[in-house]
Design a protein around this ligand. Sequence first.
Ligand SMILES: CCCCCCCCCCC/C=C/C(=O)SCCNC(=O)CCNC(=O)[C@H](O)C(C)(C)COP(=O)(O)OP(=O)(O)OC[C@H]1O[C@@H](n2cnc3c(N)ncnc32)[C@H](O)[C@@H]1OP(=O)(O)O
Length: 390
Amino acid sequence: MAGRLTRRWSPSLLQVLRFPVVQLHMSRTAMRASEKDFENARNQLKLLTKDPGNEVKLKLYALYKQATEGPCNTPKPSMLDFINKAKWDAWNALGSLPKETARQNYVDLVSSLSPSSESSSQVKPAAANEKQPGSENIIVTSQDGITKIMFNRPTKKNAITTSMYKEIIHALKAASTDNSAITVFTGNGDYYSSGNDLTNFTDVPPNSIEETAKNASILLREFVDAFIDFPKPLVAVINGPAVGIVVTLLGLFDVVYASDKATFHTPFSELGQSPEGCASYTFPKIMGPAKAAEMLIFGKKLTAGEACARGLVTEVFPESTFQKEVWTRLKAYAKLPTNSLRISKELIRSNEKEKLHAVNAEESTVLQGRWLSEECMNALMNFVSRKSKL
Ligand SMILES: CCCCCCCCCCC/C=C/C(=O)SCCNC(=O)CCNC(=O)[C@H](O)C(C)(C)COP(=O)(O)OP(=O)(O)OC[C@H]1O[C@@H](n2cnc3c(N)ncnc32)[C@H](O)[C@@H]1OP(=O)(O)O
């Protein structure tokens, strides 16, 4: 099949696939690939010495088409036209993925195929059983069809630093085109995550507060966009308490499994802040406006059982059997046909994407203002000087 597929692809596709590979130095902070990056990536493919295999070629084909032409716009080939059907399926599976995201994913994927890619990219598309290099605060592994992204800062309750946000964006982009069927977030240690690292904002020189708030707002928007656009089933395995942004993001996950020792807390008012992660839109839809208000305005902390009753959590497991039960189930799910999983997710989510991007933009702008407020600054100072704890 592999040889057949390669030989019978059209000249235009071969053009796409045969371009050279040169080392691509992708800045981890500039996550949006420019036209130039895209052009370089196309040229990089020419230098490929090793056949990346049909699976990867199909992904490259699909991403190239999506990046240059947008969503699949050709009639579906007949079932018996195997090659063109495989190409069409791969392109069609990208749904309404924005052109810029497809371009970035294409660049990331090409970069990962380069023999020297490790030095240019912290997290690359996963191969089986492979642990990805990284800062160790985020550990990305891939096994049994599952890419696992784990918060790994247990001594700080897995609080998310600025560099961790960037690593997660990069990990999601890589996972969207790797060989795994599903992607799972979880935490190492007793917490899932205590949310934003509050010291992200405390070492800021007085004359750059506004600029920092602006940069934080841009980063937040890009971070949440990566979840909105993620094309594969996204699962949260909530091993312990979850606070702030890791809770609000759950509205963008497809399935949420929780240990019975997990709790769910969004203390935004206490922090002088406001909701993010599209929760101002997803939470009222999930649990109704009154229950959402109790969490997002008054900061009510939920047990796992309460979160499940409100529809935020899919299922709660006893802590003693949590890991075993959840991973056994996820490994079985990851054996399901990959394209079908993506297409079903796309059907469920695509109608909402535009709205979610608009909500994300609005929430990020509002938060930029909140971070400059006296209420927020007092809350951060209290945290640092240990006067307050949740
Ligand atoms: C360009 C500039 C920056 C860009 C940044 C992008 C911004 C995006 C922001 C998006 C908006 C996000 C909002 C949120 O997530 S709001 C939620 C924030 N989280 C909190 O308020 C939790 C604060 N932590 C606590 O209240 C307690 O630590 C907690 C209840 C979680 C645990 O209490 P416990 O007593 O069990 O343990 P400790 O307090 O002793 O914690 C152990 C150590 O961990 C440190 N820690 C814990 N959580 C955080 C945190 N969120 N930020 C920073 N540090 C944290 C804690 O200080 C302890 O450290 P030490 O051992 O060194 O004292």
